[in-house]
Design a protein around this ligand. Structure first.
Ligand code: SAM
Length: 212
């Protein structure tokens, strides 16, 4: 099937592999900062499978992935979204309002490591069912360690961009982000605290289940 291009099969996956409400389509800006629609669909699916009602997102940007997850949060549930950018998350807030899910999202602005430290102090361990990590790559290992404490046993932690544009498999690439993700991929693969699965979805998505 060499005449079917990567772009065509990705478009097919969006058309037949996702269910998006109108505002989700609008909330999808151009560019590669945003979680892909099939990955957003997977987040929604995993949350419903797990029955997740307490959700943590690290890296929110214009709110697309948070919207995908907030739509799956049952009544009484909540999503805590962490991001440093007031500018980008102002756009997110508008889409959340439009989709009718703003009341279940608590946005915390500031450096995510500091916010995680505060969350742990204020809310304690094992507070969340589901955590999605999609912020600066150099801090992914710190986000992983905080998430392992904040996510309950049996809960899921999901990482986006674990291929980092395929550079993790390029031995010539020694950029800070690539090395951080390469080290984390190795750490997660061998980490006895979790079950794991790396999916070649979008830019590489790794799912981790906290064991105990
Ligand atoms: C890839 S974007 C997130 C995309 C979003 N999950 C989505 O799918 O629409 C990364 C976000 O992480 C935020 N970010 C980067 N470094 C951060 C830090 N140290 N603390 C908090 N947020 C950070 C950026 O402001 C940006 O909005």
């Amino acid at each position: 099937m060499k005449h079917v291009t990567d772009i065509q099969i990705r478009q097919y996956a969006v058309e037949f592999g996702t269910r998006q409400i109108d505002v989700q389509t609008l909330a999808l800006p151009d560019g590669n900062m945003v979680t892909s629609p099939p990955a957003g669909q997977l987040l929604t699916f995993l949350m419903k499978t797990l029955g997740a009602s307490r959700v943590l997102e690290i890296g929110t940007y214009t709110g697309y992935s948070a919207l995908a997850m907030a739509l799956a949060v049952p009544p009484g549930g909540r999503l805590v979204a962490l991001d440093a950018s007031e500018e980008w998350t102002a756009i997110a807030r508008r889409y959340w309002q439009e989709a009718g899910v703003a009341d279940r999202i608590a946005l915390k602005l500031g450096d995510a490591v500091a916010s995680l430290k505060r969350l742990l102090a204020e809310e304690g361990e094992a507070t969340f069912d589901f955590t999605y990590i999609d912020a600066d790559k150099e801090n992914y290992d710190a986000y992983y360690e905080y998430s392992l404490r904040l996510t309950r046993p049996g809960g899921l932690i999901c990482f986006d961009n674990m291929f980092w544009g395929r550079s993790v498999a390029d031995p010539q690439d020694h950029s800070v982000e690539t090395v951080a993700l390469r080290n984390l991929n190795l750490k997660i693969r061998d980490d006895e605290r979790v079950d794991m699965s790396m999916l070649p979805l979008g830019d590489g998505m790794t799912l981790v289940r906290r064991r105990s």
